[in-house]
Design a protein around this ligand. Structure first.
Ligand code: XIL
Length: 339
């Protein structure tokens, strides 16, 4: 039947997913599922710095080009992810950034020159800065920072203005781009998330107030059943973002189960579906007109491969709308109802 993309479109929502070139290349069932379900694509790896510029001055656009070519053949638009991030840095990059401000500005400019020129006209929308907010001290997630911004090689090289610099450089290179700042850990009803929401809103107010080019905020939405979700605080947060004139996107939806996930598969899937529906209904109600999941199928979810998020007893997360055999799960139905 109709995919999530067409269902969402009837409610003026664009639904899409992260994909990887290697799965497109090797798995016809994967290609079919993506073509059926998605109205927007984002490269899960291929446009990250380590993929695009593995050695200084040597750009490898082949994997990204494979995604762009397939997307063109299917007439599905592609968004970009991610230009400035503390992860997926090639080995040479932190060392270069440590050489000082001028050097850091130089490598950033050179990277944006090539990335934005290469994808010009094909990618209209980029995550320019990914995950700039520090996790609050004492939180159960790593990387607290000294201040509201995360301690990264970019912050150390350029200070807090690195966010603004990256956004301005992106706008200069392509004034037609929709510039997005993407963040995680701001969705749920925990003290840490509340503090991250405050930090992110303070950053956004500052940027918008000073006329820094920024169009949208991406809410990653790597949700966890172990954490409570309540619509009210999240809806209030979205309203504040939108009152700044910024659009809201859900960029990386997936759902981690608890370590005490029930043995019963139907029960597990029902819990995941319920959370997906509650969250998405709130996000869509709150003005998110673009929703992407971080993969479509449990077969290739990063939740299955990341040791840090693995479930005990060899059980694998079922946090995406399709199971490992591409069958639609209750999460798929929950998402369809939420659009
Ligand atoms: C993850 C990918 O899913 C993995 O395959 C990769 O090895 C590491 O990055 N936030 C982001 C994404 O912005 O880029 C991350 O993607 C998941 C968390």
């Amino acid at each position: 039947g109709a995919g999530l993309g067409s269902l969402a479109r009837t409610h003026s929502v664009v639904f899409g997913t992260a994909i990887q070139a290697r799965y497109l290349e090797q798995d016809a069932a994967y290609r079919d599922a993506v073509a059926t379900e998605a109205s927007l694509l984002v490269p899960e790896w291929e446009a990250k710095w380590a993929a695009l510029q593995p050695e200084e001055g040597r750009f490898d656009t082949a994997p990204l080009d494979a995604i762009l070519a397939w997307a063109r053949s299917q007439r599905i638009p592609v968004r970009g992810h991610a230009l400035v991030w503390h992860n997926a840095m090639p080995d040479w990059l932190p060392a270069a950034l440590a050489e000082g401000r001028q050097r850091a500005l130089g490598v950033l400019a050179a990277h944006l020159d090539v990335a934005l020129h290469h994808a010009r006209g094909q990618i209209r929308d980029w995550d320019v800065v990914n995950e700039p907010i520090a996790n609050p001290p004492g939180s159960d997630v790593p990387d607290p920072g000294p201040g509201p911004l995360r301690d990264t090689p970019w912050l150390r090289a350029l200070g807090p203005s690195y966010v603004e610099t990256a956004l301005r450089m992106a706008r200069e290179r392509d004034p037609t781009l929709r510039l997005t700042l993407n963040e995680y850990g701001v969705e749920e009803d925990t003290p840490d998330a509340a503090e991250k929401r405050r930090r992110l809103l303070a950053l956004l107010r500052d940027l918008v107030g000073r006329g820094v080019p920024l169009d949208a905020v991406g809410i990653q939405a790597h949700l966890q059943l172990a954490r409570p979700f309540r619509p009210e605080p999240f809806a209030g947060f979205l309203a504040q973002i939108r009152s700044l004139g910024l659009a809201v996107l859900v960029t990386e939806l997936d759902i981690r189960e608890t370590h005490a996930a029930p043995q019963d598969l139907a029960r597990r899937d029902a819990l995941v579906a319920e959370r997906a529906e509650a969250f998405l209904a709130c996000a869509v109600q709150g003005g998110a007109r673009t929703v992407l999941s971080w993969g479509l199928t449990d077969r290739y979810s990063w939740l299955a491969t990341e040791p840090a998020v693995a479930l005990p007893n060899g059980r694998v997360h079922r946090g995406l709308p399709l199971d490992a055999d591409y069958h639609r799960k209750p999460m798929w139905n929950g998402m369809a109802r939420a659009f």
